[in-house]
Design a protein around this ligand. Structure first.
Ligand SMILES: O=C(O)c1ccccc1N[C@@H]1O[C@H](COP(=O)(O)O)[C@@H](O)[C@H]1O
Length: 199
């Protein structure tokens, strides 16, 4: 089970992750309150346990910006959250990057649409548009391919997402209090995973 803690932006966030050892940590380079600058990202990534994979999150940014940040930081994965074309993704793959393609799901059709990435990317991530209280678990039941799931996961509701049997879970706002990562919530996720799945 892949566990990704996303929106890491402070030294203490990395320290929490080094204790809890998620599979991946995500740093956001897209427009967001969680956005980090490249220099900050470099400092944070240098602090992480080497076993934790780094993910850079981008949304509708230029190829040269994505490439420059990803190469400089030697990112393990590039997560694309926007309308990036197949050519855009294929080019990044040709440069040796592993790709997580996030698809914002609002209706069953969006699940169908995400299938075009199946043989191109390393992981498909099903998420919901920010600010929309969509029941992504109900929609994701229609997926007949492997996926990582995100979108509103919290320590209280993670069981419902795990019941989908996803490749992984990706959590950002659900492990925050007042906009900052909260160690107790991060630990609560890991404890639930350990209890349910022996993670
Ligand atoms: O979190 C953001 O601010 C963000 C901004 C732009 C693109 C993606 C963003 N977050 C991604 O959303 C999912 C999980 O979100 P949540 O747990 O529902 O808050 C995760 O993949 C983040 O990378």
């Amino acid at each position: 089970m892949i566990v990704k803690f996303c929106g890491i932006r402070r030294e203490e966030d990395v320290e929490y992750c080094n204790i809890l050892n998620p599979t991946m940590i995500g740093l956001i380079f897209a427009d967001s309150p969680r956005k980090v600058e490249k220099d900050t990202a470099k400092r944070l990534l240098a602090m992480k346990n080497p076993s934790i994979k780094s993910v850079g999150v981008f949304k509708n940014q230029t190829l040269s910006e994505v490439l420059s940040i990803s190469k400089d930081l030697k990112l393990d994965f590039i997560q694309l959250h926007g309308n990036e074309s197949i050519e855009f993704i294929t080019y990044l793959k040709s440069q040796g990057f592993k790709i997580i393609k996030a698809v914002e799901v609002e209706k069953v059709n969006d699940i169908e649409r995400s299938k075009i990435y199946k043989d191109i990317v390393d992981f498909i991530l099903l998420d919901r548009p920010k600010g929309k209280e969509i029941d992504i678990v109900q929609l994701a039941k229609n997926a007949d391919f492997d996926f990582i799931i995100a979108g509103g996961i919290t320590p209280e509701n993670v069981e419902r997402y795990l019941a989908l049997n996803p490749l992984g879970i990706d959590i950002s706002s659900g492990i925050e209090t007042n906009g900052f990562k909260d160690f107790n919530k991060m630990r609560a996720i890991v404890e639930k995973l350990t209890k349910i799945q022996g993670w």
